[in-house]
Ligand binder design. Structure first.
Ligand SMILES: Nc1nc2c(ncn2[C@@H]2O[C@H](COP(=O)(O)OP(=O)(O)OP(=O)(O)O)[C@@H](O)[C@H]2O)c(=O)[nH]1
Ligand SMILES: [Mg+2]
Length: 195
């Protein structure tokens, strides 16, 4: 299931998936999307106002879709509290979610249930991928065991498909995150088989 970006320009996408990126303010949602779509990292970013929208075509090397182009419609939602109540308006048609917290501020992880509450029933009926961002800023062993236990419990409770530590600065696990949510959506829609 490697992404094959090079062939993307010539073919037309045959599958279109809407993926919402949500989580508290300043955790790195926009930076994640900018790294994935534009291959760039900005040290200074402005907080997203409402929602930003971008497109990226990928391929997933799994049958029967390996020769198909998949268009990801990425909806990067603002983390500022004032926008949270607008989120339900944008949920229609969402196929999957990337839920983001900040590894340098683990308290942002504990805000995620509030976000899942806002997406309501979607949280239990769409694939979710959990992402700890800013991996480049933390040491390899700096995540406490009790935090890892809390993440495990959270993943079970919300049936999270995968959890990664990622960095928009180095690009670590950025493509993997989008490949994984796409693959989870393909399985959820029974386009690819579960095993
Ligand atoms: N070192 C490092 N900095 C990051 C990373 N991701 C984001 N940042 C920085 O964190 C700050 C906030 O990033 P944004 O991508 O704007 O965060 P956001 O989640 O989109 O914030 P809102 O739009 O307000 O919800 C910026 O200064 C980024 O440069 C990362 O992986 N590593
Ligand atoms: Mg943003």
């Amino acid at each position: 299931m490697e992404p094959k970006g090079e062939t993307a320009e010539t073919k037309q996408p045959t599958l279109i998936f809407k993926v919402m990126i949500i989580g508290p303010a300043r955790v790195g949602k926009t930076s994640l999307v900018t790294r994935f779509v534009d291959g760039r990292f900005d040290v200074d970013t402005r907080g997203t106002i409402g929602v930003d929208f971008s497109l990226k075509n990928i391929s997933i090397d799994v049958e029967p879709v390996s020769d198909q182009l998949i268009q990801l419609q990425l909806w990067d939602f603002a983390g500022e509290e004032q926008f949270k109540r607008l989120l339900p308006i944008y949920l229609g048609g969402t196929n999957g979610f990337i839920i983001v917290y900040d590894l340098t501020r683990l308290e942002t992880f504990y805000e995620l249930p509030e976000w899942l509450k806002v997406i309501g029933n979607y949280a239990f009926t769409r694939p979710l991928v959990l992402l700890g961002m800013k991996k480049d800023l933390i040491g390899d062993n700096s995540i406490p065991d009790d935090f890892k236990a809390d993440v495990d419990a959270f993943m079970k409770k919300y049936n999270i498909a995968a959890h990664f530590y990622a960095s928009a600065k180095t690009g670590e696990n950025v493509e993997t995150t989008f490949t994984t949510i796409t693959y989870a959506i393909l399985k959820h829609l029974h386009i690819v088989s579960d095993n």
